[in-house]
Unconditional design. Sequence first.
Lengths: 474, 447
Amino acid sequence: MYAHAPSKEVALEEFELYALERMRVLKAIDDGLSRGKKPAEMELLITKEDKLLTRGSLHLEDEETRKDEVSHFALRLAYCRTEELRRWFLAQECALFRHRFRQLRGAQQAAFLQHNGLDYHPIDAKEFERVRADLHNTLNGMMRKDDANAALANGASGFYAVPFEEVSDLVRGRRVFMSGGKAYVPQDQLASLVVGAFRSRLSKALVVASRRWAQHVAGEEKERLAPVVLSLSKRYLGRDYGKAGGANGEGGGDVVTLKDLNGAAAKSFPLCAKNLFNMVKKEHHLRHEGRRQLQLYLKGIGLSLEEAMLFWKTEFCKKIPAEKFEKEYAYAVRHAYGKEGKRVDYTPHTCMKCISANPGPGEHHGCPYKTFGEESLRAALGGLQITGRQVNEIVDKAKGKHYQIACGMTFEAVHGGKSIEQGVQHPNQWFQESRKALGFGGKDENDAPTPGGEPVTPGTATARPARPSVPASA
Amino acid sequence: METDDKENTAKGANTYAEGDVHDLMKLYYARLFPARSMMKWLSYGNDGKHPQADAGFTQRREFCFTLDGDIFCRYQSFKDEKELRAALKDKTPSKIDLGPVFNVDPAKRMAYGAGGAGGDRVFAPVEREFVMDIDMTDYDDVRSCCSSANICNKCWPLMTIAVKIIDRALREDFGFKHLLWVYSGRRGIHVWVCDKRARSMSNEARAAVAEYFSVYKGTDASGTVKRVSLTTPLHPSLKRAYDDVLAPYWTDTILPNQGLLEDEKFFEPILAMIPDANIRDEFASQWKSGKKFATSACPDESVARWNKLVQKVDAANNPGKSGKQSSFEMKFAHAYPRLDVEVSKHMNHLLKAPFCVHPKTGRVCVPMDPAKAESFDPMTVPTVAQMLNELDAAGGAAGAEDEYELTSMKGAVDTFNATFWDALDKECKEELAVKARDVAGAPTVEW
């Protein structure tokens, strides 16, 4: 479970190479999930990718263990620095871990549990008889009769007794039978349990790593490790949507100006941006988080600071006097473009960031597929000229919490079947793909390195201007 | 409660009158407050000279004093009984709260850099009893006798039910042994779960245990239909609570005491939980018309109405929800314990210490014996004034050691020891002995 970092020397080149290999695996997992692959397909995909890194199991030989550990710890360092990076890394690592744990056979699983100090025990026949009726009632209260009976049919070996603290989610909802401080968990939930333990350990470790990095390592390793680590962590987005029209911000990218903003909004905005845009138009006001999300998004699609200022001012001043706008809102617009305060050129919010937002009443930011109720989502989609059947499918996906997939389906529906190949990961990506699909801009050589493809080789990362937002250098 | 207070004063012969509790507090802390028992408990065996004892343990516990005028003094800490007594004498707090045990002495937290904004957070709670708070105000929608902070013998059984159910589940389901039940001095009850395992639970585990007991989920959007989260069949823990406590109390105590089915304000919400509209309307019109159901076999009107109702409801078979299920739901919604979960969720939450005096009622937060929950009567809990009078009557010399033994406080401390501390004390001592053995054997033992 990666409790200790490998203590032997690792060459810098090796460090980077291994890290990149692991990154490709994690990236593939992320792509697979955001493209809505089914669990079985995911298993295949991870098996394939993981083979390249190790031989795809927790049961590793020495050299593979080393490679696995080095790459894990290298990325841990790279992805510990911000909440968003940590969340991404944690999600992919957990998926990889779950896959590997499932590959183990019964005895290997037991050995793994013991080796990692996890206090989970299969119950014996006598104990099973004692609690059988209670297990029966608990299971039948939670699942269909057939499933419950199937679980019970496994007998004693089908259940693990686990300290209740480890399964607080099950305890909280009374979804598990409890006796004497132990929770009796059916075996098919064991994997989730172990992944839960893995997740919480890794999550804590990441926070610690982050603190250490900021306090010591970033300074001491400025010349050596820091550049490698920083360039590693920047790769997951694949693209930097902060620059107008694409990663390089030059040449053929499609730049939107104020006069085509309305048209662009109607045709090419994803639902989140469209919702915010319509709200500004309608209410001539937005709460802070919503302003922030839309400001950065508009910056991402190429609206210049001057035009952005004009846009916000025009809208807001239908309700408030100009002086009030200058006093209270203009600063934030300049701030978003890196012209005030820390002068950081902030990047537009990713889908992950939008999804993790929890807008309160009267707030409109976040991901509509998550925040809208079914009614409002239907209404919003209805305005997009999508067929009723498609709306139903999208709403179903959203209900199943597959927000990005729902969003991708909307894209297909409004672009006559064209899809975003690598899955929806960023509202600005949605916009650019939409422009491409609709035949704007034309030359799109910027899009060449698709996030799903080969990772960028180590050298090229420096070619991109480093964003001044790197907290570690502070 | 008010009338009870007046009765006490009416006797006239007593020196100390009920009423201004605050004036009596100085005497209470000086002569009655069982500081020794309290510090003994909070040290968990670390107060002795045992070589394995953690000498700084007690000092790292946060006390919070509430002074006159709602001034909070947080992060107080005391090494032992003597220091606590001195501070009580000096500050005479109207209320004492207990917080968690921190990693460093909370009174000196500034020295560890906790004051700096955004600094490295080295000042953090490390352990804390798992606590639960049940408050009668949360039952206002199912009490016809009193509301808000008032209680009487008619609604108190709701608390008895809570004690019985929670005590049993904490012991059997969660395996906890050391439970200290305390009357809060006014309208509720606290439980302090003091097992080592409970004390070291994460906030997440705390929330999970508290939610395990949460069945009543408030009302739906209309504000009348009560919602409960139950499964069919019932979870074993709820089934046990239902069979042993809820079902008998419902017809023997709750219905007759509260007359829930005789008052439209209370029977409307109950009927609203029945899925079959025909049954709802039928009974609503019968009950509103004032028709009597009571018979010589079943003299209580509410119980008679209930029996009639349940007969119909249980027989009805509605799509999705059986009739039996809705009669379960009605009982759980009205009488299953309702916790204030926020108190339980965080290690860092303060809770009023046992043996405090409630500033409004003057009653002492006395320990309760959960095995005899049904015979606990909050109206007979001693007040400060009463105990000081007892002390005078017994002719105790001021300042004498353990003079509280001459008063009703003795009973309270005895309950504390017999139902809680004696067993825990033994376990703490055994734990130290084991530690000592481990240390002695450590160099040779292979790990």
